[in-house]
Design a protein around this ligand. Structure first.
Ligand SMILES: [Ca+2]
Length: 104
């Protein structure tokens, strides 16, 4: 495993390497480029090969709705979704509030 930082080559004699991610600073959602160069046992260095890896947020967010337990008739009140949160590298960008009618 290795923690990669931009433009800091990681050298190894192994043909595969795990990209270890810092939980506090993981790769952000989006496109990320990686490069491989190989060196033979005579010291000859290859041309680079590059790939793009897409880091995607595939995990659904969690809605948390708060409201006052009771309000005065005829008065405005606030529905609060600010404690909603996302996991998987994304963030909440839209709140969809719906009135469902009288509760029984
Ligand atoms: Ca998400």
């Amino acid at each position: 495993m290795a923690r990669f930082t931009v433009n800091a080559p990681v050298e190894t004699d192994q043909p595969t390497i795990a990209v270890d991610q810092d939980p506090a600073a993981p790769l952000v959602v989006g496109r990320h480029r990686f490069r491989l160069e190989v060196v033979d046992d005579s010291g000859n260095r290859s041309l680079p090969d590059e790939v793009v890896v897409i880091v995607a947020d595939t995990e659904r967010p969690t809605a948390v709705l708060r409201a006052p337990a009771s309000v005065s008739a005829g008065r405005a009140f606030t529905l609060d979704g600010s404690r909603s949160f996302d996991v998987g590298g994304g963030k909440v960008k839209q709140y969809v509030f719906t009135y469902l009618g009288p509760a029984t």
